[in-house]
Design a protein around this ligand. Sequence first.
Ligand SMILES: Cc1cc2nc3c(=O)[nH]c(=O)nc-3n(C[C@H](O)[C@H](O)[C@H](O)COP(=O)(O)OP(=O)(O)OC[C@H]3O[C@@H](n4cnc5c(N)ncnc54)[C@H](O)[C@@H]3O)c2cc1C
Length: 380
Amino acid sequence: MDFSVPSDWEDLLRTVRAFAMERVDSIWKRIEEEDEIPADVLKAAGELGLFGLTVPEQYGGLGLPLLARTLVYRELGRAHNGFVSIIGSHCGIGVTSIVAMGTEEQKRRFLPKLASGEWISSFALTEPRAGSDASAIATTAVRKGDRWILSGTKHFITNAKIAQVFTVFAVTDKSKGSHGISAFIVPRDSKGFSISRFQPVMGLRGSHVAELVFEDCEIPAENLLGEEGQGYSTALRTLTQGRVGIAGRCVGAMERCIELSIDYAKQRKQFGQPIAEFQLIQAYLAEMAAEAAAARILTLEAAWLIDQGKPARREAAAAKLIATETYGRVVDKAVQIHGGMGYCADTQVEHFYRDARITRIYEGTSEIQKLIIARDLLGA
Ligand SMILES: Cc1cc2nc3c(=O)[nH]c(=O)nc-3n(C[C@H](O)[C@H](O)[C@H](O)COP(=O)(O)OP(=O)(O)OC[C@H]3O[C@@H](n4cnc5c(N)ncnc54)[C@H](O)[C@@H]3O)c2cc1C
């Protein structure tokens, strides 16, 4: 395994870190208070190429391999996680299904604008009655002449507020179970498409999730993505890479929480000395650093294997499982080191604590990652 980074990636990672710290981390409090990522920050992210991480160069993106993307997500993960969720959903699960399954015409129509950030994408799989069991979705798509008619409801859809392009999964042949699910590209202005409500959540301020409604929603026949019946396998493949991306974001967030905790422990005095001099606090810091390092290696290994074209579903699941669970423990200790201030919204680790919680749930819960790993071990 080789995690060494070519010099052009190093330049990119330096630039991304500077952007993450100067443009996003520096305004974390404003994002928390306004529940919005400022438009100029999204625009600047687009100019840097952050919306085109997964788009091949010929369509205007950076076309980075997964290892490079994971390192970029790690840098972004150091900043406000609401911002990172927008980029991660767009590049990870939103755009990659078009890259993997799109026709040449679809790629030329959608990818350049998605790469620049002029359009933002959203991935709509989950429904009120179909979460972990995504094969149970009830949204239907029926072919009528030169159009598909979609009917149903999706919920918890990230980027719904700002997306122009939605990858939507719907049943085209109920008799075939998961092989009867297809994927569609649904533009925001499609007739019969609406956002019924935004769903208030614990963290990730600035990245909104919403319920989508399709009422006899009409899209052109050519917006079918891939072959009919391939939607479920497309979703699973997309999610495998997305999980490594989430793990990368968690690694960056942990590293930032450790930095914030070290700074606090050095300046906060109790019993006449900085709390960093107490061995119990040092033990927390040591555990945080060791666990974050282990998660980092596992995450990079999964990304590297996928880039080598090796089967890595188990490794991707393990990376997400370990990185997200570790993030939970690390941020919990970060709050503990900050004492009462760690529980106070004036302190940065407080939002990391809330933001960390979702990582064990979305793009496959920890329980589902364990099932994937176990099935692979048992050859099921
Ligand atoms: C902030 C946020 C953003 C999201 N963004 C998106 C998005 O952009 N696009 C999208 O499509 N979805 C999105 N989701 C949905 C997310 O992927 C689902 O919430 C997740 O997959 C879990 O589904 P569920 O919530 O229905 O939980 P359920 O599937 O109902 O699970 C409930 C509990 O049961 C457990 N469980 C379920 N099945 C099993 C089993 N077989 N064995 C053991 N335990 C099991 C789960 O692990 C969990 O602990 C988002 C959710 C949130 C909260």
